[in-house]
Design a binder for this molecule. Sequence first.
Ligand code: NAP
Length: 301
Amino acid sequence: MKSILTVMLAAMLMLAQPALAESYPEFNFETRTVTLNSGYEMPVLGLGMFSLSDSEAENSTYWALKAGFRLIDTARIYGNEAAVGRGLRRAIDEGIVTREEVFITTKMWTSDFSNGDAAIDASLQRLGVDYIDLMILHHSQPHNDVDAYQAMERAVAAGKLRSIGLSNYYEPEDFDRVVNATTIRPALLQNETHPYHQSGEMKAHIAQYGTVLESWFPLGGRGNTRTLFNDPVIAGVAQAHGVSSAQVIIRWHLQAGNICIPGSSNEQHIIEDYDVWDFELTDEEMAQMEALERDERFADY
Ligand SMILES: NC(=O)c1ccc[n+]([C@@H]2O[C@H](COP(=O)([O-])OP(=O)(O)OC[C@H]3O[C@@H](n4cnc5c(N)ncnc54)[C@H](OP(=O)(O)O)[C@@H]3O)[C@@H](O)[C@H]2O)c1
């Protein structure tokens, strides 16, 4: 027979951890958003800032918002948070968007994990905003990533961060290590994901937490895009729809339920990358894309 203490302990644990969601979050193609397990709505297509210089990041942010994007993905380690803030303010000043309409993601770098509270304040200051829509830990780092995650939890309570999540956790056990030591379920997992590395195992695993997958290197990454663009299946689907290979890959991510954040410093590419709402891959084309899986990553980190 269970002791009263055991029952009380179980009840306290249940209160500490919200009930598990039963399924993977569904994308709404009308609003072009998904509702995160935090309750906040997040655009499913955004622009990424990796490897962009200050002037490129500022312009790309501004061009993206002008083209219709409402999600910008940056990181402390990219060194361009302040530039993203300038691009955002330019778009706000010109009446293109309001702050509330834009979803800003940034990432806490591993060397800041022991100083999470200060790192969050520094990102807020560089971005020039009074809250960040989503902050994620940039990489798994078992010796202190739980400390960093707990700093993000404190910042959620303080209204500085709205949603929090993880990036570069490739084993279910590693993801669960953080989940089991913390209170707020990760809203999102950002991992390298594209047609040659579709992240099926992690996606199935995180569904129980209502966590959504976001694809980095969605087009294969700078320097590798030709490999995917010239893939006969992708090029064939593109030809069938009269669109580019980049558009087919982006559309595939969205229909597969992956938040997609292509990176670009080219205004024409940015406009093209957002123009993916007027065509749809058929079930057969989605199956052909799924069959491209070869568990092959382009990055070695
Ligand atoms: N969490 C992580 O560890 C991590 C790691 C890497 C990336 N990320 C995030 O994920 C985002 C996306 O990754 P990424 O930018 O490295 O790689 P990517 O989006 O897979 O590829 C970027 C490349 O695609 C090109 N491109 C974009 N649109 C195009 C189009 N319509 N036609 C032809 N080329 C096009 C870009 O060139 P142009 O500039 O000429 O358009 C650039 O060379 C990053 O920006 C970053 O925000 C996160």
